[in-house]
Write a protein that binds this ligand. Structure first.
Ligand code: C2O
Ligand code: CU
Length: 553
């Protein structure tokens, strides 16, 4: 009997590994479900009926398979934000860039290949504006048998910062695409783990609560999934220790608040070391110098110490910088430093053979709609995805003339300029890169159309943030101040209005990789472009072939 059981077990294990290629499988069913927030009920698109969507837990270096079933009524794609997907852009997800959409009723099997990422990343829809409700955390634990570069926390809690819109998301998207920003739209509330918190109407009972034991340490894995806003976040009476961002560790530093641009993740340690009580954690918006119409509300969750005591009648609110505090955000970003030790070496490209200066203009074409651009080109979505066109040598889908430098150089911070500077060219232009080329890219924020800050995100890569500052980038002076010793490794970086950020990376991941502003409004208006990194010579330097079930266009 025993022998039989173990044989059967052996067979089952074989069966499992053989048929599932040994990769853990997950099922994502995209469907509409009614949710009630702020006294109103509406249908929202979810994964598996959950909002925020399910968190996936992996170890560093794992590969997983996710079957995405589209049971909703809109085309959709799913992206694994910050996962490098080496040589395998086929599962990366951005619509029109690496795949055509999964149509209603269809299914797509995506393979997510983790390599060097460790910490917190996230997944989200990457077509139209559907990521508003279709997103969740990716938690990447250290490899089995290894541990964190800090004392192991007693518990880990994903904190998903989101937003809630009164309007139907697809209706909003269509207005934005058609009219630009003719009418200013703002979200109705910000959310912590799907809940606005008790400062908003009809929200008190469901407020997210985190019960803590005095003396223990909690790892908060914070994700900013918000469509068009960067946030300040803090916990009343507690300082947090920042230990990671974008799936990489950082030299720990303590702060009373953090700044988290749209698309980024920040990992912090929270020590429950205050007198037992109820404390708010809270987040509110940073809004480019506080101009324009923005959502100035505050989302809260409650930290509740366990034990026998009478809490104050209202939890204590934390200090948050003012909505226009640009310096607070910049100072936080400038504090990020890689560990740069034996186990976490830095490998900043020193010899740079490709330079770009990206002037990020925010432009209108005539009177009818708003456009945004990079190097004066407003990106136009192609009719079929660029990856397929590249791989199958289909002509006429994209051009390869994305300029390395702005077509004309001026004082990017100027308040006064001729109207026609605001009018970009429109096109589908990509930048070709040779395998292993070392790239330096300078993002220059401008003041056109009153300007804005921009969280820029690159797919398929992590990049070193080697420098940042306000004003016009000075190509002679600013590089002398670069941090080449322990720059942070990010996939998303905040570019201040009228400021600049310099990044470096080595083009060692062949494929088609999207780069865009993570304010979806700006992305819709064309603040994006694509890098095509060519294959290298050796077989390990070539893109892998596509899976059999790529969604048809
Ligand atoms: Cu978080 Cu292109 O995306
Ligand atoms: Cu932007």
């Amino acid at each position: 009997m025993k022998v039989f059981t173990s044989k059967l077990l052996g067979f089952l294990v074989f069966f499992f590994f053989y048929h599932c290629q040994a990769f853990p499988h997950y099922k994502f069913v995209v469907k509409e479900v009614p949710y009630t927030r702020l006294c109103n009920t509406k249908n929202i698109l979810t994964v598996n009926g959950q909002f925020p969507g399910p968190a996936l837990y992996v170890n560093k270096g794992d590969t997983i398979v996710v079957d995405v079933y589209n049971r909703g009524k809109y085309n959709i794609t799913i992206h694994w934000h910050g996962v490098l997907q080496p040589r395998y852009p086929w599962s990366d997800g951005p619509e029109y860039i690496t795949q055509c959409a999964i149509q209603p009723g269809a299914k797509f099997r995506q393979k997510i290949i983790f390599t060097t990422e460790e910490g917190t990343l996230w997944w989200h829809a990457h077509s139209t504006w559907l990521r508003a409700t279709v997103h969740g955390a990716l938690i990447i634990y250290p490899k089995m048998g290894t541990s964190y570069p800090f004392p192991k926390p007693d518990a880990e809690i994903p904190i998903i910062l989101g937003d809630w819109w009164k309007e139907d998301i697809m209706e909003l998207y269509q207005i934005l695409e058609r009219d630009g920003d003719a009418i200013q739209h703002n979200s109705e509330a910000f959310l912590i783990n799907g809940q606005p918190g008790d400062l908003y109407p009809c929200s008190k009972p469901e407020t997210f609560r985190l019960k803590v034991n005095r003396g223990l340490t909690y790892l908060l894995r914070i994700v900013n999934s918000i469509l068009v806003d960067s946030l300040f976040f803090s916990v009343a009476n507690h300082t947090v220790t920042v230990v990671g961002s974008d799936g990489s560790y950082l030299k720990p530093f303590k702060r009373s608040f953090i700044f988290i641009p749209a698309g980024q993740t920040v990992d912090v340690l929270l020590e429950a070391n205050q007198s037992p009580n109820h404390y708010y954690m809270a987040a509110s918006v940073y809004s480019t110098g506080g101009i324009g119409v923005f959502n100035n509300s505050t989302t809260t969750a409650i930290i509740e110490y366990n034990g026998n005591y009478t809490p104050s009648s209202r939890p204590v609110l934390p200090y948050l910088p003012s909505h226009s505090d640009t310096a607070a955000g910049l100072n936080f970003t400038a504090s990020l430093r890689s560990l740069a030790d034996k186990e976490h070496p830095v490998d900043v490209p020193m010899e740079i053979n490709t330079h770009f200066l990206y002037k990020k203009i925010f432009c209108a074409d005539g009177k009818t709609r708003t456009l945004a651009s990079v190097n004066n080109i407003s990106f136009l979505n192609p009719s079929i995805d660029i990856l397929q066109a590249y791989y199958c040598c289909i002509q006429g889908v994209y051009g390869t003339n994305f300029p390395d430098f702005p077509l004309f150089v001026f004082d990017f911070t100027t308040e006064v300029y001729p109207m026609d500077w605001e009018i970009p060219n429109v096109g589908t232009e990509v930048k070709m890169l040779d395998y292993n080329s070392t790239v330096e890219l300078v993002f220059q924020g401008t003041n056109l159309l009153k300007g804005s800050d921009h969280p820029m995100h690159l797919h398929g890569y992590l990049f070193y943030v080697v420098g940042l500052g306000m004003g016009n980038f000075d190509k002679d002076k600013d590089p002398l101040m670069y941090n080449l010793l322990d720059p942070p490794l990010q996939n998303t970086i905040h570019i201040p209005k009228k400021g600049w950020v310099a990044i470096r990376f080595k083009a060692k991941n062949p494929g088609v990789w999207y780069m865009h502003c993570h304010f979806d409004k700006h992305m819709v208006w064309g603040m994006d472009t694509v890098f095509i990194v060519k294959d290298g010579e050796s077989p390990e330097a070539k893109m892998l072939p596509p899976p059999p079930d790529m969604p048809p266009c």
